[in-house]
Design a protein around this ligand. Structure first.
Ligand SMILES: Nc1ncnc2c1ncn2[C@@H]1O[C@H](COP(=O)(O)OP(=O)(O)O)[C@@H](O)[C@H]1O
Ligand SMILES: [Mg+2]
Length: 307
């Protein structure tokens, strides 16, 4: 649905995005995760035809923004970082005005406006000027605006940034519900939980692409793994033994547990466990401790910086 090949954007002195490539399938929820200034907004602006790339190709539903910008704009919905509304006119009329630019029958338009205003709990306030809305309400109104013409691709630029927890939750739940629809979602965020919880794949970006993978792939990819061994009683008597094993790169003992970082666990774990048993250890459990996305993310960003 979205194809990006060797895309670069340079502003006068800064390269915002450098040589990025990825493909996003139909109905996929793709999270674009990176710190401030990583190039997320710049990428969304290129994909949604607002700015043109310095070099590289963008293809949206088989079409190229330079030749078929109107077509692309008709099938996408965009929630920008700082969405503006006509503050003096009502929420309803804001949506109605915006939707009137698209080729959808009036009845369907009214149906959609009502559907989204109700979904986001704004229906009772539909006649109030948008300027009287709180930040969370404005964001939900902006999201309704991005959806009202039934886009097949939705670009969301940090949709929950600055929202109170309740509104953020509602927005996330809504994005999650899109999994059952035919909408392709490009979600930019610096929120790790959001990226991992909502998306099929996470693309970690910092000007260049650092990694594209599902959360499971990210968690499975590290060569060294953390694990815990639970003994029937005190683990400290096995400390020396564990420290001597060369595949064990770190050991920490807490009560009847040993926490280890092990290189190549598939090869080394049987040996480690056998060695313990031979020394009389009663092992109750051996558990893998999965790295959180946060640990993986910080690790990847750090690797990139020290490269
Ligand atoms: N219009 C612009 N002119 C000059 N520099 C820009 C412009 N837009 C973005 N940048 C720069 O490009 C980089 C990436 O910005 P941006 O895409 O907004 O990052 P993000 O959305 O990930 O926080 C930043 O260094 C930013 O200052
Ligand atoms: Mg941004």
């Amino acid at each position: 649905m979205i194809k990006v090949a060797n895309l670069t954007k340079r502003f006068k002195t800064v390269t915002a995005v450098e040589d990025i490539s990825f493909n996003i399938g139909e109905s996929e929820i793709f999270a674009f995760l990176g710190p401030n200034g990583a190039g997320k907004t710049t990428t969304i602006r290129m994909l949604s035809t607002l700015i043109s790339p310095t070099s590289g190709q963008v293809t949206i539903d088989g079409k190229n923004p330079a030749d078929d910008g109107d077509y692309i704009r008709s099938i996408i919905g965009l929630l920008t970082e700082t969405p503006g509304m006509y503050e003096k006119i009502s929420a309803y009329d804001n949506l109605d005005y915006y939707a009137s630019f698209y080729d959808i029958p009036a009845q369907r338009r009214r149906h959609n406006i009502e559907k989204y205003l109700k979904m986001f709990d704004l229906w009772k306030r539909k006649d109030d000027p948008a300027g009287t809305y709180s930040k969370g309400m404005k964001q939900k109104l902006a999201l309704s605006r991005a959806l009202v013409h039934e886009p097949r691709i939705l670009f969301l630029d940090e949709p929950t940034a600055g929202l109170d927890p309740e509104s953020a939750h509602m927005v996330r739940q809504f994005i999650d519900s899109l999994k059952h629809e035919n909408t392709t979602v490009f979600l930019s965020t610096h929120n790790l939980e959001e990226a991992s919880g909502l998306s099929d794949r996470v693309c970690i970006i910092k000007k260049k692409i650092i990694r594209i993978a599902s959360l499971a792939e990210l968690q499975g990819s590290s060569k060294s793994k953390r694990m815990e061994i639970v003994f029937s009683d005190g683990a400290s008597k096995f400390l020396t033994l564990l420290e001597k094993i060369k595949q064990v790169s770190s050991v920490e003992i807490r009560d009847n547990r040993a926490f280890l970082v092990v290189d190549e666990p598939h090869q080394s774990n049987p040996f480690i466990i056998r060695s313990l048993v031979e020394k009389g250890a009663d092992i109750l459990y051996v558990n893998e401790i999965k790295a959180s996305l946060e640990e993986i993310y910080l690790g990847l960003i750090k690797d990139e910086e020290t490269r």
